[in-house]
Ligand binder design. Structure first.
Ligand SMILES: Nc1ncnc2c1ncn2[C@@H]1O[C@H](COP(=O)(O)OP(=O)(O)O)[C@@H](O)[C@H]1O
Ligand SMILES: [Mg+2]
Length: 411
């Protein structure tokens, strides 16, 4: 029985807290997992940024990547490693770079999900390029923004087609506001989206492989209070519904981790923002829910590395389209999409793996979040985000919420 090591790389940017917790916990877990006659051990390392030869082999089995969506050198190193070295990476870099909100809206409309009515409009202004004038003079049609606004109804939302982090999102309550928002959008290409007005629940569902977690979200609260600590804010069938929606979206786009925002109105869940494939993982926003996320990082990376799960290099949308084309009801279709997703994420095998090999993880994590190292991880993240005079108070605030989580989750 040979001892083999699986190497897990962390490709990080401004992340501070979750990688620290992840590394400490990997040490505490000190895993030795029997796989096909071998004993599998794990080595975790932060991936550095440096010149690389395209033929240079990659030592990692799995990379958890938080950089692809904006840092090109890391993205290209990862792409080479997937193509040449059989790397498994979360998330699929091609999918992250090419799938903005717009594509995700179009795809989920095609699958029959109740995405609010959405229009794209050409930008208000342009970078001057040699062909701009003849192109626009010949082909750009004058359009009536007011008429579009009347068609969608107010309040409506004006937001960048590839948005994220609330950049450039405006809620417009009338035509005047719509025109101002469009004028201010400048060179950005924008969507106009019908508002889901008067919703009674706003839920973020985080998906990590086959693991999902729903949080009641308060978009009007300050950043550190947006993820609420509410329990029992929806029924088990709502929970199941959002799980299926999230798994469908994530499997469709090849996203191992992502977070999906949905609004409920008159009993219907409207997904409004679900192209977040580098989801917020910071204790300063997730606080009470942070341990869930850290556990999910651990479980999914350990599972994929130990079992050498094959990376799905190409997206295969046909099974979803085939279901979409049937005359099944919307809920039957969602069940069928979710089945495809569960198969791609290997839910059953994953659950069995966790039961067999990671039965002690809950307790190790529960104990860890009382430790000096855990508190230090929180403090370091707070110190990076908050002014000096607030560091103490906010460290205590988030620490207190982690302790509340411990009290609620006592093994
Ligand atoms: N169609 C909509 N109906 C109601 N509220 C919306 C809608 N679109 C966006 N919002 C509000 O605007 C916020 C930001 O928009 P969102 O699409 O989530 O952009 P971002 O990608 O920047 O998070 C949402 O969290 C929600 O509060
Ligand atoms: Mg959002």
């Amino acid at each position: 029985m040979a001892e083999v090591t699986r190497n897990i790389g962390l490709s990080l940017g401004a992340d501070i807290c979750w990688p620290l917790c992840y590394e400490h916990l990997m040490k505490r877990l000190d895993l030795r997992i029997p796989v096909e006659g071998d004993t599998v051990r794990f080595q975790v390392e932060r991936v550095t940024i440096e010149p690389f030869d395209l033929r240079q082999p990659v030592k990692y089995d799995v990379v958890i990547d938080r950089l692809t969506h904006w840092y090109h050198t890391s993205r290209e190193w990862i792409k080479k490693a997937v193509v040449m070295d059989d790397l498994y990476v979360f998330n699929n870099p091609w999918s992250v770079q090419s799938m903005e909100k717009h594509t995700s809206y179009a795809a989920m409309m095609k699958l029959g999900m109740p995405i609010p009515e959405t229009w794209m409009v050409p930008p208000k202004s342009y970078e001057a390029t040699p062909d701009l004038k003849p192109t626009l003079a010949k082909y750009a049609k004058l359009f009536d923004l007011g008429a579009l606004g009347r068609e969608l109804g107010y309040p409506l939302f004006v937001k960048p087609y590839d948005g994220g982090g609330w950049r450039g999102v405006t809620r417009c309550t009338n035509e005047q506001k719509l025109k101002e928002a469009y004028d201010e959008s400048g060179k950005s290409v924008m969507h106009l989206q019908a508002g889901v007005n008067g919703y009674d629940r706003f839920v973020r569902c985080i998906g990590f492989g086959p693991q999902t977690h729903c949080v009641l979200y308060d978009p009007d609260a300050p950043l550190h209070d947006r993820y609420t600590m509410e329990h029992d804010f929806m029924s088990a069938s709502d929970w199941e519904h959002l799980r299926k929606v999230t798994l469908t979206i994530n499997a469709f786009f090849g996203w191992d981790f992502n977070s999906c925002e949905s609004l409920r109105k008159d009993g219907i869940w409207y997904p409004i923002d679900y192209a977040n494939p580098c989801p917020d993982s910071q204790v300063t926003s997730l606080h009470y829910h942070f341990p869930w996320l850290v556990k999910s990082y651990l479980r999914w990376s350990i599972f994929t590395a130990a079992t050498k799960k094959k990376m799905r290099k190409n997206l295969d949308w046909e099974p979803f389209y085939e279901i979409a084309a049937t005359d099944m009801s919307a809920s039957e279709k969602l069940d069928a999409y979710a089945k495809v997703a569960e198969a791609r994420f290997e839910t059953e095998r994953f659950d069995e793996f966790c039961d067999t090999h990671l039965g002690h993880l809950d307790e190790v994590v529960w104990e860890f979040f009382a430790s000096r190292e855990a508190k230090e991880a929180v403090r370091q993240k707070v110190a990076a985000l908050f002014p000096v005079h607030e560091v103490e108070a906010f460290t205590e605030l988030f620490w207190g919420r982690l302790q509340k989580w411990r009290a609620d989750q006592r093994p």
